[in-house]
Design a protein around this ligand. Structure first.
Ligand code: AMP
Length: 283
């Protein structure tokens, strides 16, 4: 059976009966326009839980650019079909008033230790406060056993990890690998706004990330970043950042240590579409 809930109370009642009978709930929060990347999260949740809730909510508070919010693709009918075919059994499709009722009082007061100010946080002011508050609210409603997030938004995973630790919410977080198309472009709902030439150009982003692997023991982090950025020339690309960072605090690293782990993170504009990608490298 496939159930769609637009309101939180009946969803909570239904989930309570499942959990009271000892069944586990996996949760996959999304903003819709579902693609294979989202569906892999659903697969992972289905494999590890008795039931899987997918939420689709385009959260206005995490968009720092109103034009981006307006242009964000919305495909609820197709999304529903995809979820049914994937075997997901519960879709939560709330409206803004359901997620943010007027009487809701939240003051999360999370100490992100500057994680919300760097990389994505620097270029999208307020974005992570919006992400943390919506995921907190959704976790309060769904109260899942497990939360599934994609490595595609690596910094978001670190932000949500901090939010979970500091609010004491009991949930196990699982990060799933990035799903890419055959040319290496990380799947994203925003890719639908690229022309086919743009998509093909954008696959160069993954190549630039991979080039770091080959240079990692030869050059300094800053030299590597400069060389990789040269693989993304203007006017085709506008690089906002390209940084080799510590996997936990996400601050740029100054020296590559052997037997360590680094993450290469980038945000690049192609055809007026902002794309993000990253690669975890074991040094
Ligand atoms: P979004 O709908 O973009 O908010 O994404 C919802 C979830 O899907 C987030 O946890 C994303 O990190 C994850 N996700 C998006 N794209 C991908 C991808 N290409 N591979 C893996 N996970 C993804």
């Amino acid at each position: 059976m496939f159930y769609i809930f637009k309101k939180s109370s009946p969803l909570q009642e239904y989930l309570d009966t499942l959990q009271n009978s000892g069944q586990s709930i996996g949760f996959v929060p999304t903003m819709g326009a579902l693609h294979e990347g989202h569906l892999k999260l659903i697969d992972a949740s289905l494999a590890q839980n008795d039931h899987t809730v997918c939420s689709i909510f385009v959260n206005p508070t995490q968009f720092n650019d109103p034009k981006d919010l307006k242009k964000y693709p919305r495909t609820p009918v197709k999304d529903t079909e995809k979820l049914i075919n994937a075997g997901c059994d519960i879709l939560f499709l709330p409206d803004t008033a359901e997620v943010y009722p007027p009487n809701l009082k939240v003051n999360l007061n999370i100490d992100f230790n500057s994680l919300d100010q760097i990389l994505e946080g620097k270029f999208r002011p307020g974005h992570f406060a919006g992400v943390a508050s919506v995921v907190h609210r959704l976790l309060q409603i769904v109260q899942p056993n497990q939360l599934f997030l994609g490595q595609k938004d690596y910094q978001q995973v670190q932000i949500i990890k901090k939010m979970i630790e500091q609010t004491g919410i009991k949930v196990k977080l699982s990060m799933q690998p990035i799903v890419r198309n055959t040319e290496g472009l990380a799947l994203s709902s925003r890719n639908t706004r690229l022309s086919s030439r743009g998509k093909s150009l954008a696959s160069q982003i993954y190549k630039s990330l991979q080039s770091v692997k080959n240079m990692i023991h030869t050059y300094s982090p800053r030299e590597i970043e400069d060389k990789a950025i040269k693989m993304l020339p203007s006017p085709y690309f506008k690089v906002e950042y390209f940084k080799i960072v510590d996997p936990v605090n996400m601050h740029p690293i100054n020296r590559i240590e052997p037997y360590n782990r680094v993450v290469v993170c980038t945000a690049v504009w192609v055809e007026q579409v902002r794309l993000i990608d990253n690669l975890i490298i074991n040094t």
